[in-house]
Design a protein around this ligand. Structure first.
Ligand SMILES: Cc1cc2nc3c(=O)[nH]c(=O)nc-3n(C[C@H](O)[C@H](O)[C@H](O)COP(=O)(O)OP(=O)(O)OC[C@H]3O[C@@H](n4cnc5c(N)ncnc54)[C@H](O)[C@@H]3O)c2cc1C
Length: 390
């Protein structure tokens, strides 16, 4: 066994000997962070051991075996995006302050990127941040902000110089969601639930110490966020036959219909190919910002999930049309996710929109993987203030 693996095993044994995995969650996860087992590829002192990322599987598998019902994360956006952003662009002080409570779930993070007039064209966003001494004053509106109602911190991209071309006048901040200038209003989704929100920013104040990256470098930091978001959404490696395909196989066992056999098998094969491709991508990935393979994984994941649940509902027949309740609720991350296939069928419609639409994923793959000509970008060098907006 090599030294790196031995170190991970030694830390795991220490963690489990000295802390009760079924006890207080914040205490256990805090100890996991302190022992470098939060993200093994992060530096020591910041939740890691400076080891290759694939060794995290050793940690996850061992802890999953001890606490099979506990999710690996209570802060999907923080773990998936906030942590790699802080690692790549944060100051030492920011890493020390934010990473540990994010890992334990004591402080939840959200992503304040999309606006009513800026989604796929994120660089066109209009929320303004104006410097006032050691602070920034922020005004604008964000939308589709997942878990904003639970979040303590928001990853915010705002325009700090409207006279520069759109990608160059942006700056990245960490916004305190408890600031009096922040108003969060729930938005209902097709499932009936409100996972996401509108967020109104009226003279919200951010200390300059909460700026991530340099002034005007917001696009670069936003790209790190988005590249990691795609991997967080589409790059999870499950065991063979687990994940959404397990739902389909389960319906098939209850209602085997020979007319659907070929389609179920085809989906099983496609799910396995996607899983193996993700596994290969994960093993090849160095620590650092993921490349365009994240867009491929995200595109495949979104389309496969939609096909899988369409097939599951077809097998359910008329039962697939019944839906429990459209009663308004905001999902509780402490509760296990619903296993209702009809809810899942509706929820996966969002997979081809959230984290960048499938059309945008295809554009990225076309340009960055296949080397096809880029789409025309007529406003690329025009000052943002002079671009016509709807
Ligand atoms: C469940 C869910 C959760 C979300 N959570 C968050 C969040 O936490 N934080 C956040 O900031 N955002 C979040 N979003 C927003 C998401 O990132 C945007 O919805 C997405 O980027 C698309 O932007 P848009 O909705 O403005 O659509 P638009 O950009 O207006 O796109 C409309 C249509 O035009 C197509 N299109 C646009 N540009 C092009 C192009 N250049 N080439 C080809 N086709 C194009 C799109 O593919 C789409 O079909 C969430 C969305 C969903 C559904």
């Amino acid at each position: 066994m090599d030294d790196a693996l031995a170190l991970v095993d030694e830390r795991l044994e220490r963690l489990l000997a000295e802390h009760d995995p079924e006890g207080d969650r914040f205490e256990f996860m805090g100890a996991q962070f302190d022992l470098g087992l939060a993200w093994v590829w992060f530096p020591e002192g910041h939740g890691g051991l400076g080891l290759p990322p694939h060794l995290q599987r050793r940690v996850d598998e061992r802890l999953d075996a001890v606490t099979p019902h506990r999710p690996r994360s209570y802060d999907i956006l923080g773990h998936g995006m906030g942590a790699p952003v802080l690692l790549a662009h944060g100051t030492e002080e920011q890493k020390r302050r934010y990473l540990r409570p994010m890992f334990t779930g004591e402080e939840i993070w959200c992503q304040l990127f999309s606006e009513p007039g800026a989604g796929s064209d994120l660089a066109g966003l209009a929320t303004r941040a104006v410097r006032d001494g050691d602070e920034w004053v922020v005004n604008g509106q964000k939308v589709w902000t997942t878990v904003a109602h639970l979040a303590r911190w928001g990853m915010l991209v705002a325009r700090t110089d409207p006279e520069l071309p759109k990608h160059r006048g942006l700056t990245y901040f960490l916004l305190d969601m408890q600031d009096p200038g922040v108003e969060v209003r729930p938005l209902r989704q097709i499932t009936g639930e409100a996972e996401f929100n509108e967020v109104y920013l009226t003279d919200a104040r951010i200390p300059d110490a909460n700026r991530i990256g340099e002034v005007g470098e917001g696009w670069r930091v936003a790209m790190t966020t988005l590249m990691n978001e795609r991997v967080a959404i589409g790059g999870t490696v499950t065991e063979r036959g687990e994940g959404s395909i397990a739902d389909l196989v389960e319906v098939w066992r209850r209602r085997p219909d020979p007319l659907h056999r070929d389609r179920v098998l085809r989906l099983w094969v496609d799910a396995e190919v996607a899983r193996l491709t993700n596994l290969r991508a994960q093993e090849n990935r160095d620590a650092g910002t993921p490349g365009p393979e994240g867009s491929t994984g995200k595109l495949v994941y979104a389309e496969l999930n939609q096909r899988i649940y369409e097939e599951a509902l077809a097998l359910l027949g008329p039962e697939g049309m019944l839906y429990d309740s459209y009663e308004f609720r905001q999902p509780d991350p402490e509760e296990p996710p619903s296993t209702d296939l009809r809810r899942r069928f509706l929820r996966v419609r969002a997979n081809s929109i959230e984290g960048g639409t499938s059309e945008i994923m295809r554009n990225i793959i076309g340009e960055r993987v296949l080397g096809l000509p880029g789409e025309p970008r007529v406003d690329k060098d025009v000052p943002w203030s002079q671009i016509r907006r709807g």
